[in-house]
Design a protein around this ligand. Sequence first.
Ligand code: UDP
Length: 486
Amino acid sequence: MNLQIYFQSTDDISNCQISWFVPINLGVEHNQQNSRLVVMEPSGRGRRVVLVPYPFQGHLTPMLQLGALLHRCGFSITLAHTRFNSPYTSHYPHFHFLPLSDDLDGFDTSFHNLLNVMAAMNANCLPSFQEHMLNMLETEDVACVIYDNIMTFVDVVATSLNLPTILLRTTAAAYMHSHLVLFHLIAHKRLPLPESEVELPVPNLHPLRYKDLPVQATQKLPEQVRQFLLSYMNIRSSAAVIWNTIETLDQWPLQQLQQQWPVPFFTIGPLHKMAPPLPTSLMKEDAFCLSWLDKRPPNSVIYISLGSMATINQEELREMARGLAKSDHPFLWVVRPSLLNGSSDAIESLPADFKELVPERGLVVDWAPQRKVLEHPAVGGFFSHCGWNSTLESLCGGVPMICRPCFADQMVNARYLTHVWRVGVELESVGEKSVEGAVRTLMGSDCGRGMRERAVEMKLEIERSVGRGGSSSESLHHLVNFVASL
Ligand code: UDP
């Protein structure tokens, strides 16, 4: 049965505020002629879904967005979260929260120690997750647990309680597929290979070179890394996999992975476009930069950010600063306090004359409202580390990129951006001259204009995917029915 809400005129619709956490379903129809808004009865039917994110920004954000999306589709949402990097629970009044005892106080959670952080989290969170779930199952109808693949303890607990699980993959399928190829190459003794061969293309893996694989192709895999990658590639007892990607962008790798993992795939990205808007930042966003952008002409500003985790050294920071200063283009630069791999505050380490060189033209902030920045008409380019969220956000804004990948999936994303979608300039090394050259190419040349045109075409393609009848919308519809039936 449909719930039907009638409006007298279209003005009533534009004046009407529907709070986004009202559980409306996918089929919202607005007929301009008779001004009728039909809201389908939710198909989640209030069943509870438990979400377990991996507590780093690039993983937490899509899980929160998925929670908001499923809530809108009629599910009740519980988020089980570590105390470390806990989301701001007050931002999500419609979620329930289960804090997990991670025992990470005083633990070294820096980037170089991540494998140990993961191991500690998986060991420490298991008992409290088990206890919470046992309590919950006494009163609640839990449809399933959706978790980030790194939080492997979820599978142990869910299996013991006979609860179905679904994985959320927060990277492109192309990156996951490169792992399959990596293990194939190792098994066939093709890796490790000499330094002189890292630029060669990996057979049957266009556009990737050996140096774009998830680990260094010249070295034998350390055992701890091998174990992690095997676990990362394992979908365990999952009943399905949800992808924050778009079918048309990632089709071939998705097909390859589907042969490996014979469970339903739901490609429902980009989640930030599918979900209702919601705050997800762990750091305080600098709102001033938006009014600063308001004063700039369309497509004039280059936005620079290397995401939430990547680090660079002091020399590179200074080379970037000098290159930006010389490029003569306005820029908005996120210099996170933790951007330097030493202990010093990154902003303090900028060249002494930097402010004088770029008095009005440049703005440096700690952390930006990135999704809004990339949708701002003044932003004409994005100098990025090519994390998957940043990549999707840039494509959705129709913004071409300068690609400076640092680790993990970023090399794969960068290769697709530069060599398949052709919306990015590749920056192999960061020096004053190369930064200046890349900014000038992207912002001021015919080649850059071509990339911007293709980026706008991709933006339109993505809008079609998330729109009515598009591949991501259809896949969400199937996901809702699948979860409701579990
Ligand atoms: N981000 C942000 N403000 C910033 C820099 C980054 O809000 O100043 C957000 C960005 O919008 C993205 C996330 O942080 O959603 C970074 O995720 P991504 O996958 O791009 O990279 P990671 O941080 O995981 O390396």
